[in-house]
Design a protein around this ligand. Structure first.
Ligand code: DAH
Length: 353
């Protein structure tokens, strides 16, 4: 009987040594220490032994059971460790592999140009003043000398906002230009010191909206940058000097400028500033339509009644204002033939800037 136990032990330990994975370990467990294993069958044979033989056999089989169970646990721990090591080895990162390139976004070309314009104006002492996109009819038109039936309104077809209030001054619009910000700024500054309002030198950037048929040349939205300079001794000479210097910083130090008289309701006198065409150097080409000049901005001396609307006494204060379009400048510079590209969100267009 004890020989049998020894045989079972030898055989069980030998097969266990060759078990390399969990599935085979489970098979081994069922076969060697499971309920129907030869070892367990030995227990039932105890009854047939004589009283003298029983103790030795009992000790032997209990020792065998404890041994095989311990060997089983050791083997299980060993397999677990081996599997862990194998998975760590196979999942190891190769940190020498080059990374995947990250796609970088960029600023919209309009934003880029807007920042460039504002950067130049900032160097020249202008501070940025932002006004609202939704304006009252009063600020967008009336305080700028554009009364309800003024012909200038025809140039600016307007998006009106339905507020249910039809009182002319209370009507709300999407601003058609950044000029209403002039009066907002003047009123804010003059209210701080009504008897002696401070001088002003501000740039007003922002989106403007017009109720236009969308074509290659006109869009329903576009940016403008407005400028306003007010003080007690500001002249048309300051306007010309400041805007010519701006043009040199923006378009190149040798660029020539010229001022043509024009009309805007909120300035008097008014002008347009042209720069010599930088594509053909003034000889005439398709970009400047053979004229040799490119129209860059509208400007003028702030109209006395606009000054008064802002709380600045026109007898003591004077100033100039100007307005330009960053998208228009980009179109000229890059020969962009269709303004719709700006808000079309076509990545092939945007990626070029
Ligand atoms: N507000 C004008 C427009 O949208 C542009 C403009 C012209 C602004 C002359 C000015 C100015 O400040 O002085 O067409």
């Amino acid at each position: 009987m004890l020989d049998k136990l020894e045989k079972i032990e030898k055989e069980a330990l030998k097969t266990l040594a060759s078990v390399k994975d969990k599935a085979n370990l489970e098979k081994w467990r069922l076969a060697k220490i499971g309920r129907h294993s030869p070892m367990m069958n030995m227990f039932s044979q105890m009854a047939s032994l004589s009283k003298e033989e029983r103790p030795a056999f009992g000790q032997g089989i209990n020792r065998l059971k404890a041994l095989l169970e311990k060997e089983f646990e050791d083997r299980r721990a060993h397999i677990k460790q081996a599997e862990l090591e194998e998975s760590l080895a196979s999942e190891k990162l190769d940190i020498s592999l080059p990374g995947r390139p990250v796609k970088m976004g960029r600023l919209h070309p309009s934003t880029q140009n807007l920042r460039r314009v504002l950067g130049i104006l900032a160097e020249m002492g202008f501070q940025v003043y932002t006004a609202r996109d939704v304006e009252s009819d009063e600020y967008n038109f009336q305080l700028l000398n554009i009364p309800p039936h003024h012909p200038a309104r025809e140039m600016q077809d307007t998006f009106y906002i339905d507020t249910g209030n039809n009182d002319e001054s209370e009507k709300q619009v999407l601003r058609t230009h950044t000029s209403p910000g002039q009066v907002r700024a003047m009123r804010e500054f003059s209210s701080q010191n009504p008897d002696n309002p401070p001088p002003i030198r501000i740039a007003l950037p922002g989106m403007c909206y017009r109720f236009e048929q969308i074509t290659a040349r006109s869009e329903v939205q576009f940016n403008q940058v407005e400028g306003l300079v007010l003080g007690q001794t500001i002249t048309f000479g300051d306007l010309k000097g400041t805007l010519s210097e701006f043009a040199r910083r923006m378009f190149g130090s040798h660029v020539k400028t010229r001022f043509r008289s024009d009309h805007f309701p909120f300035t008097e006198p008014s002008a347009e500033m042209d720069i010599e065409c930088y594509v053909c150097g003034g000889k005439g080409c398709s970009v400047c339509k053979k004229s040799g000049w490119l129209e860059i901005l509208g400007c003028g001396m702030v109209h006395p009644s606009v000054l008064a609307n802002g709380g600045y006494d026109p007898a003591r204060y004077s100033g100039f204002a100007f307005g330009m379009g960053p998208e228009r400048q980009l179109m000229l510079r890059h020969k962009i033939s269709d303004i719709r590209y700006f808000w079309g969100n076509d990545i092939r267009f945007l990626e070029q800037f």
